[in-house]
Design a binder for this molecule. Structure first.
Ligand code: ADP
Ligand code: MG
Length: 190
C-alpha cells in the first residue's frame, strides 16, 4: 500500500503490507509525520490508495459501490473530540437514523446501549437533550465513541484518541479501549 497526498513529493505511506485479523487489537506507533493517520484513513476509505489495495473482509475500498458499507463497518474516532452541534441523544442516533432506523423505541435502545458501551450512560442519562458540546472533553470523546459504535461497526479506528484529553479522561478512555477490544477489532494510533 502506498499513499501520496496530491502535490506531495514523497509517499506519506510507503510500501506497507499488513493484515489485521478479526478481533485483533493493533497499536500503530511512530514519530510525528510518519504516516500513522494516513494509514488509518485508508482502512475506512477516507483516503484511497495511490498504489496497492486495502480490503475490508474482502471488500475493495476503491469500489465506490461498497463505500457506505465499508464506512459503516469501520468506525473512526479522531484525536480531537468532534461531537456534532446537536443533543447528546441526536449525536448517537445520527448514524442509525441515516441508516433508516425510525422507530423511537429502537433508537432509544440503540442510544442507551451505545452510551453504556462507551461508559458514558450514567453521566448523561438525565440530560440526553443537552448539547453534546456542553460535555467535558473526555465526555465528548466517549460520546464520539458511542456515536461510532451506534451503527454497529466491526472495526474501530482510534487516532490518538486521548492526546487532547486531561489525565483523568485519558485513563477513562484507555480503560474503555480495554473493554471495547473484547467486542471489536480495534486499531489505535498511539
Ligand atoms: P502521523 O499521523 O504519523 O503524524 P500523518 O499521516 O498525519 O502522520 O502524515 C504523514 C505525512 O503526510 C506527513 O509528512 C504530513 O506532513 C503529510 N500530510 C498529512 N496530511 C496531509 C495533507 N492533508 N496534505 C498533504 N500532506 C499531508
Ligand atoms: Mg496523526
Amino acid at each position: 500500500l502506498c499513499y501520496r497526498y496530491p502535490e506531495a513529493e514523497k509517499n506519506a505511506v510507503d510500501e506497507v503490507s499488513m493484515r489485521v485479523k478479526k478481533g485483533e487489537f493493533l497499536a500503530i506507533l511512530g514519530h510525528n509525520g510518519s504516516g500513522k493517520s494516513t494509514l488509518a484513513k485508508t482502512f475506512n476509505a477516507v483516503l484511497l490508495p495511490s498504489g496497492g489495495k486495502v480490503y475490508v473482509e474482502g471488500m475493495d475500498t476503491m469500489d465506490e459501490s461498497l463505500l457506505l458499507e465499508i464506512r459503516r463497518r469501520v468506525g473512526m474516532v479522531f484525536q480531537h473530540p468532534n461531537p456534532f452541534p446537536m443533543s447528546i441523544y441526536d449525536n448517537v442516533a445520527y448514524g442509525p437514523r441515516g441508516a433508516g432506523v425510525k422507530s423511537r423505541s429502537e433508537l432509544d435502545a440503540l442510544v442507551e446501549d451505545s452510551l453504556r458501551r462507551a461508559a458514558l450512560w450514567d453521566e448523561v442519562k438525565d440530560k440526553l437533550k443537552d448539547s453534546g458540546l456542553s460535555l467535558s472533553g473526555g465526555q465528548q470523546q466517549r460520546l464520539c465513541i458511542a456515536r461510532a459504535i451506534a451503527v454497529q461497526p466491526e472495526v474501530l479506528l482510534m487516532d490518538e484518541p486521548t492526546s487532547a484529553l486531561d489525565p483523568i479522561s485519558t485513563v477513562q478512555v484507555e480503560q474503555l479501549a480495554m473493554e471495547l477490544k473484547r467486542d471489536y477489532t480495534l486499531v489505535v494510533v498511539t
